[in-house]
Design a protein around this ligand. Sequence first.
Ligand code: NAD
Length: 254
Amino acid sequence: MSRFEDKVVLITGAASGIGAAAARRFAREGASVVVADLNAEAAAATAAAIREAGGKAVGLAVDVGNELQVGQAITSTVEKFGRLDVLVNNAGIGSFGRVDMLSTEEWRRVMAVDLDAVFFACRAALPHLAQVRGAIVSTASISGTAADYGFAAYNAAKAAVINLTRAIAIDHAGEGVRANSISPGYVVTPLTAPLQADDRIGEAYRQLIPLGRPSMPEEQAAAILFLASDDASYITGANLIVDGGLTAATGQPN
Ligand code: NAD
């Protein structure tokens, strides 16, 4: 498939996990990919690996919680490639803490990376996306459709990403821009390393997830590419749950 031939795609948090899998797949399908990440070295390495495999990619150091840097990332992408067709807001951080445990600083840190960043990037990208009837895909979470114990700030930020996505979808549909989110369940990435290291948790997930296993990042990337592609031309404001059926179950014993 080459659904993204001649398209320019910027992905945040693209040096690792879901973002890196999406970067590789977009490149395989013909896109020029901007691999944006806080970790400059890892972004450069991911982009280099894509180029070695015959794809088009550049690494870009950006802190998505920094409004100025996000604006510059969008501007430099358009200056370099002449257009922006797809923005993937994927960078994210987890943070443990109930409300009564969270400092204001930690709340703001999570909101900056998991929510403000989506606002900054969408606002900067929308004028460019409108010129090419482009698309936005944001990585939310099933923690944004229901809540995980002990992750108050993350739950709140991801819920807001889902509704911000709907707001953008309806406000900018007239410009031809589509906006959707995906909500992954449990994905095998560095973010979930502590879960992967615990056999007891692994077994609990196998019991809880109807498909019986966690997701690989490539399975999330496939959903991102679908929503970004013309195959999803009539889909906007949607939140696609990609969780192996985890949230389809009521949670009552089987
Ligand atoms: P990951 O840790 O493998 O990758 C996240 C990337 O984001 C890293 O490369 C990191 O350097 C980058 N990043 C962090 N802070 C940044 C910042 N301020 N600016 C720019 N880049 C920054 O994690 P992942 O699992 O691939 O997560 C990707 C997205 O998927 C996140 O939004 C996460 O909340 C979401 N998600 C993950 C899971 C899961 O189970 N792994 C489940 C649901 C949602």
